[in-house]
Design a protein around this ligand. Sequence first.
Ligand code: IPE
Ligand code: IPE
Ligand code: MG
Length: 254
Amino acid sequence: MASEADPGEISAESGTVPEHVAIIMDGNGRWAEARGMPRHAGHRAGVASVRSAIEECILHGVKVLTLFAFSSENWRRPRSEVSLLMELFLSALQREVKRMQSNDIQLRVIGDISAFPDKLQKRIRASENATRDNQRLILQIAANYGGRWDITQAARKLAAAARNGDLDPDDIDEQVFAQATTLRDLPDPDLFIRTGGELRISNFLLWHCAYTELYFTPVLWPDFAADEFRAALAEFAQRQRRFGRTGAQVGQDN
Ligand code: IPE
Ligand code: IPE
Ligand code: MG
């Protein structure tokens, strides 16, 4: 839960800034409904929070930001809402690529995009290609993403390599497996944030969140402004990450 920590304490130099932040951007629909507006108004309002999260990552030195935009389960929503979300995604890509270029942001889309309309798939590939050499921030958008899907596609890839004789099954360890997931070479998330009050992972980065610090806030995504992001960073800075060791052992290392 949100802490009272002073966001002013955060600095990249102190070594307490997460390298990778992953966010479930939840609560758009409820934000709109509370205002007597249609759900899509909440999705539109959420775009401003996406911009703010990106700006905060750049400001504080976060290297990778992964945003859950559309889950493999979100196809179960009414068709009109699914189409609106696709349109929003397409128009955001069209609009934001220039801004990503000028801010040195590399875009990666993770998820099974083969299920998307052709036009959207082409736009995704073009945006990824246009920004592939950018270094300041890697922005990953999880679209038609599911943690179980990611693990399954990795297993399928490795099985195919083994069948072709390119891989000895005995050589499959956690590192090899991780490389076959959609995050490939990227570090696991250090900080997971879920807005909107639900206390669940909803099939997000299941493999990669094994040791991620979890942060849940009731704030709805369109209200998740810079100060909310900083509160999450401040809370993260106070966590002691032990990775199986004792608190005393970790204390000695510091
Ligand atoms: C998250 O907000 C956005 C997507 C899942 C695309 P929701 O649309 O789930 O908002 P709530 O949870 O219904 O308020
Ligand atoms: C998770 O939100 C997916 C995204 C934010 C894209 P949902 O609102 O779909 O999650 P559940 O179904 O309530 O767990
Ligand atoms: Mg939701």
